[in-house]
Design a protein around this ligand. Structure first.
Ligand code: MN
Length: 744
């Protein structure tokens, strides 16, 4: 009775059989029956419905359930919830129906997942905020959501390129960091690799080729490196597996981009992993250090490159011992040493806890993390975006550890300051902080902490939170507390000012109407009455001449009331009347079609973003700003990436048409060995290429090396590539790169 063809029904059943094979080993009959029931129900509910790729929809929830069971190792409740996760969203069934059929636990998770769906048209930050709030209810909601996203990423091929870009951008912005924070390395890596592949297909394929090209050589090096270690470990009777892993393509690519280095220069492509089968009755830490000592007997370690994540695990529960050693081929190689238990946590993060139920320390770390987030959510009144930016600071930062005077450890992001520690310990301590004592020395609140510092916070009853603290507070917690305090302070001024203004008006027997306030606001050249109140409250405006302001007759019905700044047009203020609805009829932008960039735009204006300075030929996207003006960014511009992830509804595809007339300022950085006549060679090449005009040259030489910047007017990327190629051929020149930022 199904609406699908026989072949499709077979496909569905095959897919479900895969899931059953996966869970059959772990679930008893009673659980298997419940899973069957969920499958039959969901299959009927999604009957006849297809995904974009054309395959039956039910394939998706089954695949998600398989990830939940296989990659996350979760139990029957989660598997059932995963099978049902899109039923409420996409069919006529309600959460109530799910509760009646599958019970309270399953329905609660499905409900959480339903609330998190439809992300493509809602604001991402809000989604994450909601997501984190559900964390405290049930982490399984987030874990299943990540599985859902992973499967969507694996099947991204069938969507339109712009849609792919948006989903990939969002994944990189939100889901990969989240997976990372939960310690789900395997999932985080796969999400990153897939995002990378869809966002930068050309770079991805090129890198894939390079890695493949070197595979044989690499395997040879690995074996040469590992063999002596294996032998030594065997002699010592240490049971272990030694594996090698490539750095992920995404992390290689990121490093190449952020550090401006070539593929060959990313030195630590290789990581060797030694996973021991820990012997009972000896501490795991001692066993790992023993292996470390054996390894460094063979290969000399790089000083300062031993990382001990066992004594103090990372906040996401990660435990491991890392050391970088000099290999036999004169290359640095990273060696990671850990036990099987630590390896499970490294791969599956907090999910490992659900799997083994014995990782007590992991549970503690998770609880502490959830505690922090809950804390953070409790007093964050500010908008979801601000929240997300602050929260992400915590997600990405690497950590340092400092000590309280009593020896308690506090984990903080790198570059944290005294004020961060103060707020970390207690809000009161933060609000009253005047500095600290570190190793017997007095330091100000702005002092940046070093790993291992012992910090004693100093306070004063007279201290109040300062605006300036925000310029160096690093943790989300400190920043949100400071902002709250300042907001309260501002609120107090505002209320006080409101009373003072109203009182002054009453004294002059003038009615408290909108027009009265407008007069005063206009007189002081302010933006609105809130600003008036707070400036009066703070004592900036004295109201001495209020009598004369109020008695003045306004001759003009146009009163300066709003300050409106037009983006990018350099216009200052505009005068608007309060009655007039100044709506211009904006041209209509067809967001479904790529926006064509022409030398003479038809009617919709666009501008090139200053952050990345794209030129014709660059891979670009458009951001539709509120006044239907399109701002063009390079696809890999960090600012654009953030916009794609957070304002995807305002992103449009954009394409260059033929550009020949206009030229764009572009900057090229050159470096190499200095010699007589070099600058002349460079300028000669530029003058030979007729399509390029030079604006300025800056060169610096020191100790026989030179570095310099060329500022040129260029038509498009094709001309630019030709030029870069020509410059690279000049004797002595080592590196030629385009620099996106035009000002230093
Ligand atoms: Mn789904």
């Amino acid at each position: 009775m199904s609406l699908f063809t026989k072949a499709e029904i077979r496909q569905i059943n095959d897919c479900y059989d895969d899931l059953k094979r996966e869970i059959g080993k772990r679930f008893d009959n009673e659980r298997m029956e419940k899973v069957d029931k969920a499958f039959i129900f969901a299959n009927a509910a999604h009957d006849g419905i297809r995904r974009k790729s054309g395959e039956p929809y039910i394939i998706h929830p089954i695949a998600v359930a398989t990830i939940v069971a296989h990659d996350l190792g979760l139990g029957a409740t989660s598997v059932i919830a995963a099978i049902l996760h899109d039923v409420v969203e996409d069919t006529d069934y309600s959460v109530e129906d799910i509760r009646n059929l599958f019970g309270e636990n399953v329905s609660r998770i499905v409900d959480g997942l339903t609330k998190l769906s439809g992300e493509m048209d809602t604001r991402q930050a809000l989604t994450l905020k909601k997501m984190l709030m559900t964390l405290s209810d049930d982490v399984r909601v987030i874990l299943i959501k990540l599985a859902d996203r992973l499967h969507n990423m694996r099947t991204l091929e069938s969507l339109q390129p712009l849609k792919q870009l948006k989903v990939a951008g969002e994944t990189l912005y939100l889901y990969a960091p989240l997976a990372h924070r939960l310690g789900l390395y395997a999932i985080k890596n796969e999400l990153e690799e897939l995002s990378f592949r869809f966002k930068h297909p050309e770079d991805y394929n090129h890198l894939l080729y390079q890695l493949h090209d070197q595979e044989e050589k690499r395997n040879y090096l690995v074996n040469e490196f590992i063999a002596p270690i294996r032998q030594r470990l065997a002699e010592e009777d240490i049971e272990c597996t030694v594996t090698h892993r490539l750095k992920s393509m995404f992390s290689i690519w990121t490093k190449m981009h952020t550090k401006g280095v070539t593929f060959d220069e990313v030195y630590d492509l290789l990581a060797i992993r030694i996973i021991l089968k820990a012997k009972p009755a000896i501490s795991e830490k001692r066993q790992c250090f023993e292996v470390l000592s054996l390894v460094t007997d063979i290969y000399p370690p790089k000083p300062d490159r031993i990382r001990d994540w066992i004594t103090m695990p990372r906040a996401n529960g990660y435990e491991s011992l890392h050391v970088t050693v000099m290999g036999p081929q004169g290359k640095w190689v990273e060696v990671q040493i850990r036990t099987e238990r630590m390896d499970q946590i490294a791969e599956y993060g907090f999910a490992a806890h659900y799997r083994y139920k014995d990782a007590a320390t992991t549970e503690n770390e998770l609880d502490r993390w959830i505690e922090r987030i809950r804390d953070h959510l409790a007093n964050s009144e500010y908008d979801a975006f601000e929240f997300l930016d602050e929260f992400k600071l915590d997600l990405f930062a690497s950590e340092i550890v400092v000590f309280t005077p009593k020896g308690k450890t506090i984990k903080l992001p790198k570059n944290s300051t005294v004020i961060d520690v103060a707020y970390e310990i207690h809000t009161n301590l933060g609000d009253k902080c005047i500095g600290a004592k570190i190793n017997q020395k007095l330091v100000p609140p702005s002092h940046v902490l070093q790993n291992g510092d012992q910090v004693e916070i100093l306070t004063s009853e007279n201290q109040v939170p300062q605006q300036a603290w925000l310029s160096y507070a690093t943790t989300a917690k400190a920043r949100s507390k400071i902002k709250d305090a300042l907001r309260n302070e501002n609120h107090r001024h505002l209320e006080k000012g409101r009373e003072m203004v109203e009182e002054a008006i009453r004294q002059h027997n003038v009615p408290l109407v909108a027009n009265t306030f407008r007069k005063i606001v206009a007189h002081y050249n302010l933006n609105n009455k809130e600003q008036l109140f707070s400036e009066v409250g703070m004592g900036v405006i004295k109201l001495d001449d209020i009598g004369s302001i109020l008695s003045r007759k306004s001759k003009n019905k146009f009163i300066k009331y709003w300050n409106i700044t037009f983006r990018g047009k350099g216009k200052g203020t505009e005068t608007l009347s309060d009655e007039e609805d100044d709506q211009e009829t904006a041209p209509i932008l067809d967001k479904k079609k790529p926006f064509l960039l022409k030398e003479n735009p038809d009617h919709i204006a666009y501008s090139l973003a200053k952050c990345c300075n794209p030129i014709p030929g660059d891979d670009v996207i458009g951001y539709v700003s509120s006044d239907d003006h399109v701002i063009i960014h390079k696809k890999n511009c960090p600012k654009a990436e953030k916009l794609v992830a957070s304002h995807s509804h305002m992103i449009i595809a954009a394409e260059w048409t033929k550009f020949k007339k206009l030229s764009y300022l572009t900057r090229i950085n050159l470096s190499g060995f200095d010699r007589i006549g070099l600058v002349n060679d460079i300028t000669t090449i530029i003058s030979k290429l007729h399509s390029i005009n030079m604006r300025s040259v800056k060169f610096d030489t020191r100790d026989g090396l030179f570095e310099g910047d060329l500022f040129l007017y260029i038509h498009n990327t094709e001309d630019l590539q030709t030029l870069i190629g020509e410059l690279g051929k000049i004797k002595g020149i080592d590196k030629v790169t385009r620099v996106e930022n035009l000002n230093d």
